[in-house]
Design a protein around this ligand. Sequence first.
Ligand code: LIP
Length: 287
Amino acid sequence: MTSGEGPFTSLADVDDELRDQLRGIARGLAMAAGELIVTERPDRLGVAATKSSDTDVVTIMDQRSEAFLHDRIAELRPNDGVLGEEGAAKEGTSGLTWIVDPIDGTVNYLYSHPFYAVSVAVVVGDVTTEDGWETVAAAVSAPVLGETYSAAVGAGASVESRDRVRELQIVEPASLDLALIGTGFGYASKKRAAQAEVVASLLPKVRDIRRGGSAALDLCFVAAGRLDGYYESGINPWDRAAGQLIAAEAGAIVSGGSTPKPNKELTVAAAGNIHDALCACVVTKPR
Ligand code: LIP
């Protein structure tokens, strides 16, 4: 094992004590940033900027939440790297990197729709690649829902709500046609048209579809049994880095559909007995 400051190159380098400590830090940061985006939301919240399209928005609170997370991580774990959705980027020396989504479900936040969260994950490996890293510990905090999910590798997943902590273990649905499946859609019109074809083909084969608007929470909902499966094409590491560990530690199979690890092309998290059947419906052949 490596001491608390590294350098860490794999999950095996991180001992249980440090793993649990990192989970506690992720939980505290996600909850504090969640509190910030609710209590300091301006009355007339607007769009501060757009990214990949006019509907891919950033608010001042996305920026403030990420600045808060970046600064607190620098205080608590000065040798670790940071990678944030809104541009926070810092190379570390420890081999650990904090991948943060300051508000996952930004459009929901902009519209005061309650389904949004702060996602905080600490990973080991090469974050300059799509799948060259592994999540060590993670937390997703949904302030309006009053729920905070967390996990550490090999230590299980849990959700806290109103001071109660519940360990998470998924329960398999009878079959895909009785499964409730979550998904989401990108911001580019052409991508959305392709995604619409996939979901239209899937809809008659499952119990129903839910589109919540936050990948991080969708993955946590698989862990919590509120969804039997989730898939989405085009999400980024900050959308999934925390939720994919939480879902896996609750017993879900997490993959890239046709690859062992989630990636930009596809993220799938599902109960083991429906994972392959779901992938068969949503893995699209290259055009
Ligand atoms: C969101 C994802 C969601 C996806 C949305 C959006 P953001 O992330 O969490 O799954 O369907 O289109 O990308 O932009 O709110 O951080």
